[in-house]
Ligand binder design. Structure first.
Ligand SMILES: Nc1ncnc2c1ncn2[C@@H]1O[C@H](COP(=O)(O)OP(=O)(O)OP(=O)(O)O)[C@@H](O)[C@H]1O
Ligand SMILES: Cc1ncc(CO)c(N)n1
Length: 264
């Protein structure tokens, strides 16, 4: 067997199991990657929504990262729900200290039902401390609007916002176009020079809980294995579409995707 690739997720716990840490670890496993975690907050959630958010002490987040990274190490890492500015600063410090180069930042801000997973005043810390360390940031359109301060209603405005976000320091911007109308979903990847457009089908379903987490976890797993970025994005896209298409119909609300989805 080849050396086992390792990936770390730094994110919130979703008790319902479809998003956050749980989605990330299930996805790492499905990609054959050994997963480790640093939990930033415990959320009380099911498929109907979020009813509680309990952030951990900043020191607990930093210690989880420190102890895992100094012993086990990691080939890639991703961040999800970080909740506040203090946690963002501490996470950025550990990422720099251990020189984690393949960092995927999923700038989680609000859950689908509207619950706040990032405090408003933490956006400045995200831009200042974390984005310059990212290999790739994966905003959806509302997140890209918040970060760039621009309105995004057309593909051209997506490209404009990607340029603005790239200026904040990440080496690549992978902007997910799912929130624009249309039968097809067009995502764009920007490396500071060229735009790569990727189109895939839109699956008609309400079972999309944790799609952003699952997509960025798949991307992180591929990067951990050494897959080049454009190919890693393509594989992660194929995985999330298949996971949505074969969602297991769990719960009475927005159910999780199928973390056992197989992609060739
Ligand atoms: N109905 C759908 N059909 C096909 N692909 C989808 C669908 N919904 C989302 N996706 C894809 O899943 C990926 C992540 O989705 P999205 O941007 O909606 O995540 P998100 O809003 O961050 O999700 P969450 O906050 O629940 O984790 C994107 O690549 C997007 O194109
Ligand atoms: C813990 C957590 N992270 C991220 C999301 C966004 O899907 C969520 N609902 N819960």
């Amino acid at each position: 067997m080849n050396r086992l690739a390792k990936a770390m997720t730094i994110a919130g716990s979703d008790s319902g199991g479809g998003a956050g840490i749980q989605a990330d670890l299930k996805t790492f496993h499905q990609f054959g990657v050994y997963g480790t975690s640093a939990i930033t907050a415990v959320t009380v959630q099911n498929t109907l929504g979020v009813t509680g958010v309990y952030p951990l002490p900043t020191e607990a987040v930093a210690q989880q990262m420190h102890e895992v990274l100094r012993d086990i190490g990691t080939d890639a890492a991703k961040t999800g729900m970080l909740f506040n500015a203090e946690i963002i600063e501490a996470v950025s410090r550990e990422i720099s200290h251990f020189d984690v180069k393949k960092l995927v930042v999923d700038p989680v801000m609000i859950a689908k039902g509207g619950a706040k997973l990032l405090q408003d005043e933490a956006i400045a810390a995200l831009k200042r401390f974390l984005l310059p360390l990212a290999e790739v940031i994966t905003p959806n359109l509302p997140e890209a609007e918040f970060l760039s301060g621009l309105r995004i209603e057309t593909p051209e405005q997506m490209r404009e916002a990607a340029r603005a976000i790239h200026q904040m320091g990440p080496r690549h911007v992978m902007m997910k176009g799912g929130h624009l109308q249309g039968d097809a979903i067009v995502d764009i990847l920007y490396d500071g020079r060229d735009f790569f457009e990727m189109e895939h089908e839109r699956v008609p379903t309400r079972h999309t809980h944790g799609t952003g987490c699952t997509f960025s976890a798949a991307l992180t797993a591929e990067l951990a294995k050494g897959t080049p970025l454009v190919e890693a994005v393509d594989r992660a896209n194929r995985f999330i579409v298949e996971a949505i298409r074969t969602a297991p119909q769990i719960g009475g609300g927005h159910g999780p995707t199928n973390h056992w989805a197989a992609v060739k």
